[in-house]
Design a protein around this ligand. Structure first.
Ligand code: HAM
Length: 432
């Protein structure tokens, strides 16, 4: 006897997405596209593979993403490449490389796609995950910040998530942040013995990183607040962002120790959490202003603001809270051909129905495998088919078919040319 071959499994942290979840993901993506379009955003698609140096320069050498989480590989020319851990750096690279400011005077872009981070897998944290994100270039006005956050709230509502918790902060600009960093470093030094090993290292490279630590929350609860160190320009900018958010009727809370885990931000940063009623405490979305990044990556100085939403986390929340009705399922029609001679006319009828019912959200299928009526009906039932369209020798002679309404448990015979209008009528009647 030959040994059974060992089965190959998914790579750690990677997930298959089963049809029900994939359908939910598509629906969320479709909603996001609609919302982006209504705020005048255009889609941009950027590569999954970029030079690793892009993320080192953009996200920052001292960040967890760059230090520990990048999926790095070397190509045959010994170039160091990286599976993108986030979307902003790639969009900025593209903005500069393709001179997008010239072609798109209102440079508002969105993207939907997979990102890769070698994080320790746990609930809501994956090594491959999907971000729905946007980047808005060229508008330094606080209005751009608040409009983007308002757009995100609008998207959550469209997805049936009425309440989210928005935390905002301002981390200042390159002018005033050094003063905050110095104060923070002094505070961290005073707490040194209580800090975890990671934070002791982080302190040296970038003290702001320590505020992101999940382990040292307690010791850091008295850390200085970034808002106490803002220069006048940053302070008034922050005040305007908050006033504009109120104008958009967006509710938010201020978190003066919110700093984000990526280095490119300046001024406004924000994170969105499920409302306190919902279970998980992972951020559903996050973003902020990054006015120096374009220049830092070799372009002309350009203000910018963006965010990214984690699709899987949003899906989990929707499933936990049943925020939207189950997917608008297609009404399904199951074709049953009885006997060899019914096969061809049934397939022809199925093709016609597909054409005639286009746009009606129906799916039409059949196995055409010559099994008994009983076993085909059983399958139709288990698929949740709403209608069965049955053709046997009697129907063939009359150029007709039986339409069985599985919900009403009734059946009627129709001439084949009348079937689609009958089904359309039923769909309208029942609003299925
Ligand atoms: P981020 O906070 O690193 O920001 O990620 C944004 C969102 O992606 C998170 O709030 C979360 O929902 C999701 N996410 C991140 N890591 C994981 C993971 N391992 N598993 C599942 N979901 C995850 C950025 O990436 C910035 N590029 C956002 C941005 C755009 N800022 C300006 N423009």
């Amino acid at each position: 006897m030959t040994e059974p071959k060992p089965a190959i499994q998914t790579v750690r942290g990677m997930h298959d997405v089963m049809p029900e979840k994939a359908a939910l993901a598509s629906r969320i993506e479709a909603k996001a596209r609609e919302v982006f379009a209504s705020f005048n955003y255009s889609e941009i698609r950027i590569p999954v593979l970029e030079y690793a140096s892009l993320f080192e320069r953009a996200v920052g050498e001292g960040t967890d993403i760059v230090e520990k989480e990048m999926f790095v590989l070397t190509d045959r020319g010994d170039r160091v490449l990286c599976m993108r851990p986030e979307g902003t750096a790639g969009v900025v690279r593209s903005y500069i490389e393709n001179n997008l400011s010239q072609k798109y005077p209102l440079s508002k872009f969105f993207y939907i796609g997979p990102m890769f981070r070698a994080e320790r897998p746990q609930a809501g944290r994956f090594r491959e995950f999907t971000q729905i994100g946007s980047e808005y270039f060229g508008n330094a006005a606080p209005f751009a910040d608040s409009e983007t956050i308002a757009m995100l709230v609008f998207l959550f509502r469209e997805l049936g998530i009425q309440e989210v918790e928005i935390k905002i902060n301002s981390i200042g600009c390159p002018e005033c942040r050094p003063r905050y960093q110095a104060a923070l470093l002094e505070f961290l030094n005073s707490k040194r013995q209580d800090l975890c090993e990671d934070c002791q290292k982080r302190m040296v490279k970038n003290p702001l990183r320590a505020l992101d630590c999940k382990t040292d929350r307690e010791s850091l609860s008295k850390a200085p607040k970034s808002t106490e160190f803002l220069c006048e320009a940053c302070q008034s900018n922050y005040n305007e962002v908050k006033a504009d958010l109120r104008m958009f009727e967006v509710r938010f809370t201020e978190d003066p120790r919110l700093v984000r885990g990526l280095d490119y931000y300046s001024r406004t940063v924000f994170e969105v959490y499920p409302s306190s009623k919902a279970g998980s405490q992972d951020a559903l979305a996050a973003g902020g202003r990054y006015d120096t990044l374009v220049e830092q990556l070799g372009g002309e100085s350009t203000p910018a603001f963006g965010f990214a939403m984690g699709l899987e986390r949003v899906m989990n929340l929707i499933e936990e809270t049943a925020a939207i009705d189950q997917l608008e399922k297609n009404t399904s029609i199951f074709m049953i051909a009885l006997g060899d001679e019914a096969l061809q006319p049934s397939v022809r009828l199925m093709n016609n129905l597909r054409n005639e019912l286009k746009g009606e959200k129906v799916s039409i299928t059949g196995t055409f495998n010559a099994q008994s009526m009983k076993s085909q009906m059983r399958l139709a039932n288990s698929l949740g088919a709403r209608f069965c369209v049955i053709m046997g020798s009697n129907e063939l002679q009359e150029n007709s078919a039986l339409v069985k309404d599985m919900k009403a448990q009734s059946q009627e015979k129709f001439e084949v040319s009348k079937i689609s209008s009958h089904i359309r009528l039923k769909l309208a009647e029942n609003n299925i």
